[in-house]
Design a binder for this molecule. Structure first.
Ligand code: MN
Length: 233
């Protein structure tokens, strides 16, 4: 059977050349909310509440090639466009009801990502008890670096995660400070959805989120992964 309209292009994230290159095809983007204690506090929450999830559409990905500065457009409808630097986990082997102790076997690799957020719209939706999609799942809301296979990095359990805007440090944390570890996140996610190869998980952001404006250059860094550089147009 022929498609009745042209099918959309497949979404994929490049793998670092040092690991042989190639493309990682993206199926879904799962995101974890409030997963670093200090960020939860800056959002007005305390304590270890159960993890919660939202999704972005796969085509929100902006894959920034190695060594380049990506460009995203300042999105419509917002006056408070926020950066959230996050460790991104790429799922290579699917499954459901995956125990945390086996979760690492399902990880293909890692990348440095930005969960860009229209904070004013998200806040309005929160207040009204409505879905976050307009605040989180908009076009170009998921810039990401090339991926590095876990076979090269080992399991990423600690290491600095930072974001600078125009050279000034804004966000700073350590992967060891995740409230719900990557393995626990995979356990919880796989109870709610059957994970599949190609799924990406944005694991949450450390404290220091804030606004960017047109012209700003964000530089996100996670120890052991490619730096992600993105300019807002
Ligand atoms: Mn986030």
């Amino acid at each position: 059977m022929n498609y009745v309209i042209t099918p959309p292009p497949a979404v994929a994230v490049p793998v670092v050349a040092a690991a042989g290159g190639g493309l990682f095809p993206v199926r879904r983007i799962y995101c974890v909310g409030r997963n670093y204690a200090e960020h939860a506090q800056e959002m007005g929450f305390t304590g270890r509440e159960p993890p919660f999830f939202f999704l972005k559409p796969a085509d929100a990905i902006v894959a920034v090639p190695e060594g380049e500065t990506g460009v995203i457009d300042y999105p419509p409808l917002t006056a408070n466009f926020h950066h959230e630097i996050e460790l991104v986990v790429a799922i290579g082997t699917g499954g459901r009801d995956i125990p945390a102790a086996r979760a690492a076997e399902h990880i293909w690799g890692y990348g440095t990502g930005l969960d860009m957020t229209r904070r004013d719209l998200q806040g309005e939706m929160k207040k009204q008890g409505r879905p976050w999609s307009i605040g989180k799942g908009f076009d170009q809301s998921a810039p990401i670096s090339p991926l590095v296979p876990k076979a090269r990095t080992g399991e990423l359990l600690k290491g600095a995660i930072t974001l600078a805007v125009n050279g000034q440090l804004r966000q700073k944390g350590d992967l060891s400070e995740l409230i719900w570890s990557v393995n626990e996140t995979i356990e919880q996610l796989s109870r709610a959805w059957t994970l599949q190869p190609g799924d990406l998980v944005f694991t949450g952001t450390p404290a220091g989120v804030g606004a960017v404006v047109r012209g700003d250059v964000m530089e996100g860094a996670i120890a052991g992964l490619p730096t992600l550089r993105v300019q807002v147009r």
